[in-house]
Design a binder for this molecule. Structure first.
Ligand SMILES: Cc1cc2nc3c(=O)[nH]c(=O)nc-3n(C[C@H](O)[C@H](O)[C@H](O)COP(=O)(O)O)c2cc1C
Length: 214
């Protein structure tokens, strides 16, 4: 548990759901592990489909295999990464007695966003998010959809009022991105800022080179 609300989280729950934008989620996982954060990783079934579609990433079917896959890929320390299946109700994240210090759903579908807004808690992602809200711990959702319906907007407002941070996957262009990786890092940097995790993904506003034209 973090010592105080503003402390850097030692443990973060990261949920990947089946929205476009899987590179944001995978890059965020890489950055969290590189920052020595302990990560509980959750993923929906459609997240596997999108990972294949967008990144040609074949996530194994079993949580333990996904754990080995990402731990190897991102050189995680032993026990730094734990992956849980959608109905592993005995995972720490399922209970308010042992939640992570913060949680991020990235990318976040409108379906999962709606389920969290309604408190459904029907799978481990929804339950873990529900726990964060009831325990008043940081919950960041990175939704990706366009255009947004009144239902989407109402759900986001509801979550925001309940204490969640809605951080849409909207990269800016004022830092003159050289490519897709810079756009991904823009969004991931904003998520890390919310978590108060130090990073050097991109220059901060007002700290760019004097001759740049931000
Ligand atoms: C390739 C692909 C891209 C998708 N992109 C989005 C998206 O950007 N936003 C969204 O809300 N749903 C998107 N969907 C639909 C969701 O995956 C679908 O509603 C799913 O039931 C959500 O389940 P989940 O929240 O458990 O992952 C996409 C589906 C696929 C297969």
């Amino acid at each position: 548990m973090a010592d105080e609300p503003s402390a850097v989280p030692r443990t973060v729950t990261l949920a990947l759901t089946g929205a476009s934008g899987m590179p944001y989620g995978v890059r965020l996982l890489e950055c969290l592990l590189a920052a020595q954060v302990r990560v509980y990783l959750l993923y929906s079934q459609v997240a596997q489909v999108v990972a294949k579609q967008e990144m040609d990433l074949s996530l194994p079917g079993r949580a333990r295999e996904v754990q080995e896959f990402f731990a190897r890929r991102f050189h995680a320390a032993e026990d730094q990464l734990r992956v849980f299946g959608r109905e592993e109700w005995f995972a720490p994240v399922a209970s308010g007695s042992n939640p992570a210090d913060a949680m991020v759903i990235c990318p976040c579908t409108m379906g999962t966003l709606a389920a969290v807004a309604c408190g459904l808690a029907d799978n481990l992602i929804e339950r873990a998010a529900d726990v964060m809200l009831k325990e008043h711990r940081p919950l960041v959702l990175v939704p990706r959809e366009t255009p947004l319906s009144a239902i989407h907007l109402e759900n986001m407002l509801r979550l925001s009022r309940a204490g969640a941070v809605i951080l849409p996957a909207n990269p800016g262009f004022y830092h003159h991105p050289a490519g897709v990786e810079d756009l991904v890092d823009f969004v991931v940097a904003r998520v890390l800022d919310q978590l108060r995790i130090p990073h050097r993904l991109m220059a901060r506003w007002g700290e760019a080179e004097p001759d740049s034209e931000q």
